[in-house]
Ligand binder design. Structure first.
Ligand SMILES: Nc1ncnc2c1ncn2[C@@H]1O[C@H](COP(=O)(O)OP(=O)(O)OP(=O)(O)O)[C@@H](O)[C@H]1O
Length: 323
């Protein structure tokens, strides 16, 4: 089979802790494979091993380069075709560098006179104003910082992008913006993506295929639709049961996510948010009205799961009832 990334019998230990046991999976070219599982199941360790940040046993093949049989130099070159975007851009971007310097880091040794033009192009690619290149990461919002981290990863012109909980440190409305950006880039650039998340709703939105991790093992894999609608492993069933909106197929439409990434009004009293779901009609409960007793995060939590996204309906002085 033609694969962008193939992992066989991957094992990682941290001292006496065995973090990964014989993990195997294939990522097909141009597809998005979700790696899902609870905290501590080994998702980040898998990502770190794939990009060479964790010593491991087993075999990793990038394109047609089996890293276990080539020289260290050839392995380093092959690994440049796989780029990792970390969970928290505050720690992955050097605060002493300007944004432009952070992105230029990703261009590697071959950069020359055209560096600043290329950095501008990369900032535009992630929908950032190139003028932000003169700022420091600390002057940007969390969502802007994560876009810079994505631009830096794309600077290396990777074939595979590993996105490790890239929205976990972001505010819920900004999460939607970053997810949509990743979807757009993946499709426009034909990237293969290993998308790591503990959130099954997000995995369903983003991925074609999914592998479920538990205690350092992959316990189930398949297309997202098959695994979510016909889970075979008891652990997958328990993960699904713990996320009601996936179990009930109450997931998010593109339009809901796109709407939430547009100019959302500042949440506050009298501001109504309408939750959307692509399957079936909205129920009356699918709306959340914010008021002083019920500020936005609680409203969203009460009606839907906290990790869901939402679309602003309209902002008024007094709550509006949607029929
Ligand atoms: N640097 C480390 N030293 C020792 N043990 C570690 C280290 N990093 C991870 N582990 C352990 O390895 C196992 C897998 O951790 P890992 O971070 O890969 O899980 P995860 O699924 O990514 O979790 P999370 O979603 O919380 O990031 C856990 O038991 C964890 O405690």
């Amino acid at each position: 089979m033609n694969t962008a990334l193939s992992v066989r019998d991957l094992g990682v230990r941290y001292g006496s802790v065995v973090a990964l046991h014989d993990v195997s999976f294939d990522l097909a070219p141009g597809r998005v494979l979700g790696l899902v599982g609870e905290s501590g199941s080994g998702k980040s360790t898998t990502a770190r091993a794939v990009v060479g940040l964790a010593p491991h046993t087993g075999r990793i093949t990038i394109g047609d380069t089996d890293l276990s049989v080539v020289s260290a130099r050839a392995a380093r070159q092959a690994r440049r075709r796989v780029q990792l975007v970390f969970q928290d851009p505050r720690s992955s971007l050097d605060p002493r560098f300007t944004v432009a310097e952070c992105v230029a880091e990703g261009l590697g040794a071959g950069r020359g006179r055209d560096t600043s033009r290329r950095v501008e192009e990369l900032l535009e690619l992630v929908s950032l104003d190139p003028d932000l290149g003169r700022s420091r990461p600390g002057q940007l919002s969390g969502g802007q910082r994560q876009r810079v981290a994505i631009a830096r990863a794309l600077a290396a012109e990777p074939e595979v992008l590993v996105a490790d909980e890239v929205t976990a440190s972001l505010d819920v409305s900004v999460q939607a913006v970053v997810l949509n950006l990743l979807r757009r880039l993946q499709s426009e650039l034909g990237l293969s993506m290993l998308f790591i998340s503990h959130n099954l709703a997000v995995v369903r939105y983003m991925c074609d295929d999914v592998a479920v991790m538990f205690d350092g093992h992959i316990v189930e894999e398949g297309t997202v639709e098959d695994v979510i609608s016909r889970p075979q492993h008891p652990y997958t069933r328990s993960l699904l049961a713990a996320v009601p909106e996936v179990g009930q197929h109450r997931l998010l439409s593109d339009s809901a996510i796109e709407a939430s990434s547009a100019s959302a009004p500042a949440p506050g009293p009298g501001c109504e948010y309408r939750l959307r779901c692509p399957v079936g009609p909205l129920r009356r409960d699918d709306r959340a009205v914010c008021n002083t007793e019920n500020p936005l995060p609680e409203a969203i939590n009460r009606v839907h799961h906290a990790s869901c996204h939402f679309a602003p309906a309209r902002s008024t002085e007094s709550p509006v009832v949607v029929g």
